[in-house]
Each structure stands twice: as C-alpha cells, then as structure tokens.
Design a protein. Structure first.
Length: 373
C-alpha cells in the first residue's frame, strides 16, 4: 500500500491525528508528523557511516543521545542481527511515550535476514524468532498499559529456497545483454542491451528494448532451469502485474529457486562493488551481502584492516561479500503454495481480523482499528 495514500486517508478522516513512522528508506517524504528511518552519511571521500534521518530534525539528536547512533551495520550486511531491531524497538517506545501518536508503524528487520541466511526451519532462525519475541515484550507491555491495539504484520512468508538462477547470464549468453569494460571489470550496459533482468528474490522483471526482440528473449529463458513461469502481457494482467514500470516479461522462480543479479561470466571480471554491501550499484537484490566470503581464509583479516582504516578517517573498502550465491537458504516473491507459507497478520483485538485479509484491505483495517477509518 502507498504510505502517502494511507496518511492522506487518515488525515481526511481525522485531521488532528499524529503518526510516528519508524521504518526505512521509503518512509522519507511520507506525510507523517514523526519519522525515523535509517540513512547513512555518504561522505565526499567515499566513506559511509551509520546514521538516521528524522522529522522533525531535533528528534535525531534526542534519539542518538538516548540510544546511540543507529547501528546501520547491524541493519543490513554480514553483521545484520538483533541489535538493529532492538534500537528500533527502543526508539518506537520513546516516540510513543513522548509524542503520543494515534498511529505508530514500526519495522523490525533482522528476522527477515536470518531466514534468508539459514532457511525458515533452521534452529538459528527459530532462535532469532524467540530473541525477537523477547525484545518486543517491553514494547507490547507499553501498548497494553496504554490500551493500544497492536497489529503484527508481515508482507510475505519466507520459504526454503537454495537454488540460484543466473537469469542475466542466460540473456548474455544469448547475445541479448551487453556489458562495457573498465579497468578489467565488466559493467551492465542497460542502454545497449536488447534485454536485461532486474532480479528481486523469486521474481525478475525482464526489460526488452524492442518488440522484435521479445521472442528471442523468451527463447533464451524458456529452458532455463529454475524458472517456473515467464509472464507476458496476458500473464501479467492475470497476476495483476501489468504496471507501466513492469518488465516486458516477468519471470517467476520455481519454489526452491531464486534469481541472482549476476551478469558477468568470469568472476575475475566482476565489478569491485560485487563484493561490497552496495545496494545502489547492483542491478538487482543481492542477498549474498548477508555473508562474509567463506572461501576467503583472510576475509576477517581484510575486514579488520578496513575497520582500522575507517577509524583513522581513511578511505576503506569492506570487500567481504562472496561471489558464490550457494549459501542462501530462504527467499520469497512467489505466491505461497499454502497459507502456512504466506504472510501473517495478528491483532490484539479479538475477532478484528477474519480468517483471511487481502493485502489491499490492510490499509483500511489499520485505519479502522485506529478509529480513523
């Protein structure tokens, strides 16, 4: 659902309401009274340091003084863990206690990442769920003491997936995807490519430059192991994916598969950002950023050296991410095979939620529960 539309609807229903939105990057610019969201400091010399964005701006120093700098490197990357979720929980409790919002939205990230690392049934994932449950207890106690309604909502369910599908490499081998080379490194050239894919977990949008290349693109992907469906215009309409920004084709992975963004054919030609936690330069989602390279015996030494340079105020490269996608054990994006594998919604108000809730009905449900519908 659109955050802007949610806030607009709520304001029309109840002009005096306030909102605390503790979420991540897409919260910036939303029509909220209070916003806290991770935002690194990108220095001119290339350094990246942890920080957050707040509105009003004074809230930044207030939260930092009370809870420390937002732990960005525990929010994403090989160090992603409970520390980031704990900071967000603490900040949520503080904003609710000091600002008294009518509606507060809070995103707790780390459980998502452990399930991608280890898979949904791994004991480490179950421990991460139990750890998060304990960390949330004070927030839930606060809500109960104030008589607040609590909704726990997931956007998706993560299922076991351990088979990477190199969709862009298939397009390149078919002569449809082009690269350009600088300093021995290959970079995707989307403007010259006849077709390329933007991968996101178990879905990949395939952008085809000219209509006459559509059949060749279909042929290049038709027999690629791991693709269950390749949706054309009719298929996209059937699955409500016929958005103007959708690819000309949309690939859906098989239940145990997921799509990589990789487009180079030789790891020696991979761009240097491929081994970094770098969400902006990679043409697709890279869950392998959650790992340190298990094949590099010096990876921890390299990380320690990079941290030392960082502490001295020098430029540094934390090149620790593997180029092997095989460690990933969980993904999402397909329609779930059963309700047990799908997203979940839980509400503290008895009978407020029926057996099933359409994703498009969540906005109105939240507004109704907050008395703003």
């Amino acid at each position: 659902m659109s955050g802007d539309k949610l806030w607009d609807a709520a304001r029309r229903a109840h002009p005096g309401y306030t909102v605390a939105n503790i979420c991540w990057w897409y919260a910036m610019g939303a029509d909220t009274d209070y916003t806290v969201t991770p935002r690194p400091v990108y220095y001119a010399d290339g350094r990246k340091e942890p920080d957050c964005y707040t509105r009003p701006p004074a809230l930044h120093d207030e939260l930092t003084k009370k809870f420390g700098t937002f732990p960005l490197f525990h929010f994403w990357g090989p160090g992603a863990d409970l520390v980031s979720s704990q900071w967000i929980i603490d900040a949520t409790r503080h904003v609710i206690a000091t600002r008294r919002p009518d509606l507060a939205l809070c995103y707790l990230p780390h459980l998502d990442y452990d399930l991608q690392r280890f898979g949904p049934d791994d004991p480490r994932s179950l421990k991460a769920a139990a750890d998060l449950d304990r960390a949330m207890a004070p927030l839930l106690d606060d809500a109960r003491a104030e008589g607040r309604t609590v909704v726990a909502l997931s956007e998706y369910g993560i299922t076991r997936a351990d088979r990477p599908v190199d969709i862009n490499r298939a397009l390149r081998r078919a002569g449809l995807l082009e690269v350009h080379t600088q300093d021995g490194m290959e970079y995707l050239d989307p403007m010259a490519s006849r077709a390329f894919a933007v991968a996101d977990h178990q879905i990949a949008h395939v952008y085809v430059r000219r209509p006459e290349d559509l059949e060749a693109t279909k042929a290049a992907l038709a027999d690629l192991p791991g693709i269950e469906q390749l949706l054309d215009d009719e298929g996209k309409k059937t699955h409500h994916l016929d958005h103007p920004r959708s690819g000309e084709l949309v690939a859906v992975a098989e239940p145990d598969a997921w799509f990589t963004y990789y487009y180079w054919l030789d790891d020696a030609r991979a761009p240097d950002f491929a081994q970094l936690v770098e969400i902006h330069r990679k043409p697709g989602y890279d869950p392998v950023e959650l790992f340190m390279d298990p094949l590099d015996p010096y990876v921890k030494v390299k990380a320690a050296g990079a941290l030392a340079r960082k502490k001295l105020g020098m430029r540094y490269r934390m090149a620790v991410v593997p180029l092997d996608p095989s460690p990933i054990r969980g993904s999402h994006g397909r329609l779930p095979l059963s309700d047990d594998e799908g997203p979940l919604i839980i509400c503290s108000t008895p009978r407020a939620v029926g057996d099933r809730v359409a994703a498009t009905d969540v906005k109105s449900l939240l507004l109704d529960l907050a008395g703003l519908g």
